[in-house]
Design a protein around this ligand. Structure first.
Ligand code: TRP
Length: 333
C-alpha cells in the first residue's frame, strides 16, 4: 500500500439481504477507490448484534456479505476487507471512547430514536452506544474520508466530535474524518413508496430488489412498482415513482436522466418497467454468478478473511496502543 495515500473507511452491517439500493448507492462506487485511497471495508457484525440474530443464519450472512464485496469487484489484495469481530481492537477502543462520549449526545441520535421505537422490546445498551462503536471503526484506521449515505452523516458528525474531544485532551491521536465527497451513488427509493429509501428491513418484499433475486422476481417487482396516473414520461419530483425507476435505470446503464427520458418518450410505463428490470438483471446476474462461484471455494474465502483480518489488525492495533498509552493504561509488553 502506498503510504502517501489518504485512508478511506466504510462498511455495511451483516444483517439481512442486501438490496439494489445498497449496491447502486454504495458498493458499486467503492470499486476502484483503491486506486486513489488506502481502503478498508468492514463487515460490521458487532453492530448487527444490537438486534437479535439467529446464530447460524447470522454467520452465513456475514460470510455472504464478504463474498458480495469481492464479487462486486473489490479486490481483497488492493483493499482490506474484513470482519469487524475478527479485529478485537474495535470493541476495545469502543469501551475507551464510551468514556469520552456523553449520554446527551447519544440521546440526540435520530437513528437511536428510530430504532428504539421500532424495537421497543429490545432497547439495549448496544443500540444506545452504537455510534461509539462506529466511531471506533473509523478512528482506529485514522480514516481521512468516509463514504456514507445521508442517514449516517449524524454518526460521522459524532465521530468527529469524539475525535476532536480526545485530541484536545491528549494531543493529535486521531485523524478527524470528513465525509467522502466524490462521485456518490444513486439514492434508490422503495418500489412501493418512493418517499422512503429502499431498505433491507422493509416488511413488504415487493418494496426492495435484493441482490440475490432471480430474474423473474426482479421482473415481477418492477412490474408492480408504484408509478402515477399522469401517463407522461418525465424525470421530475412530481412523479417520484417514475423518477426512481429512471434513477435505477441510469445507475445500471450509466445513462443520464435526459437520455433516458428521450429514449422512452412516447412509451407507456410498462415499457419503462420492462427496460428497468432488464437493466437490473444485466448488472445483478454477473454479480450473482460470481457470488456462487466464490461460494464453492470455502478455503479461498477462509484464507481471505484470515489474511485481511491480520492486515486490518496491524493498522488498528497501532492506533489502539497509542490510545492506551495516552490515557494511562499499562502496557505490559
Ligand atoms: N452504521 C453503518 C450503516 O448502518 C454501518 C457502519 C458501521 C459503518 N461502522 C461503520 C459505515 C463505519 C461507515 C463507517 O450503514
Amino acid at each position: 500500500m502506498n503510504k502517501d495515500q489518504k485512508v478511506l473507511y466504510s462498511g455495511m452491517q451483516a444483517t439481512g439481504n442486501l438490496t439494489l439500493g445498497n449496491y447502486l448507492g454504495a458498493l458499486k462506487n467503492w470499486v476502484g477507490l483503491a486506486d486513489e485511497y488506502e481502503c478498508y471495508y468492514g463487515v460490521m457484525d458487532l453492530h448487527s448484534l444490537t438486534v437479535r440474530q439467529k446464530p447460524a443464519e447470522f454467520r452465513a450472512h456475514a460470510r455472504e456479505l464478504m463474498t458480495i464485496y469481492i464479487a462486486a469487484g473489490i479486490d481483497p489484495e488492493k483493499n482490506v476487507l474484513y470482519l469487524q469481530s475478527s479485529v478485537p481492537c474495535h470493541a476495545e477502543l469502543a469501551w475507551i471512547l464510551n468514556c469520552f462520549t456523553y449520554m446527551g449526545e447519544l440521546q440526540r441520535m435520530t437513528q437511536f430514536k428510530d430504532k428504539s421505537a421500532r424495537h421497543a422490546d429490545n432497547v439495549n445498551a448496544g443500540l444506545f452506544t452504537y455510534p461509539v462503536l462506529m466511531a471506533s471503526d473509523i478512528l482506529l484506521y485514522q480514516a481521512d474520508v468516509v463514504p456514507v449515505g445521508k442517514d449516517q452523516l449524524q454518526h460521522l458528525e459524532i465521530t468527529r466530535d469524539i475525535a476532536q474531544r480526545f485530541n484536545s485532551i491528549y494531543g493529535d491521536v486521531f485523524t478527524v474524518p470528513e465525509p467522502y465527497v466524490g462521485k456518490i451513488g444513486a439514492r434508490v427509493m422503495s418500489l412501493q413508496d418512493p418517499s422512503k429509501k429502499m431498505s433491507k428491513s422493509d416488511e413488504n418484499p415487493n418494496a426492495s430488489i435484493y441482490l440475490m433475486d432471480d430474474p423473474d422476481t426482479i421482473r415481477r417487482k418492477c412490474r408492480r412498482a408504484i408509478t402515477d396516473s399522469e401517463a407522461t414520461i418525465a424525470y421530475r419530483d412530481e412523479q417520484p415513482g417514475l423518477k426512481n425507476l429512471f434513477d435505477i435505470y441510469c445507475a445500471c446503464t450509466e445513462k443520464t436522466p435526459d437520455e433516458a427520458v428521450r429514449e422512452f418518450s412516447g412509451c407507456g410505463y410498462g415499457q419503462v418497467k420492462e427496460a428497468v428490470s432488464e437493466a437490473v438483471i444485466g448488472i445483478l446476474k454477473p454479480l450473482q454468478d460470481r457470488v456462487r462461484e466464490l461460494q464453492k471455494d470455502r478455503s479461498y474465502l477462509d484464507q481471505v478473511m484470515k489474511t485481511n483480518a491480520e492486515r486490518a489488525h496491524d493498522t488498528a492495533n497501532r492506533t489502539l496502543r497509542k490510545v492506551k498509552k495516552k490515557v494511562g493504561l499499562t502496557d505490559i509488553r
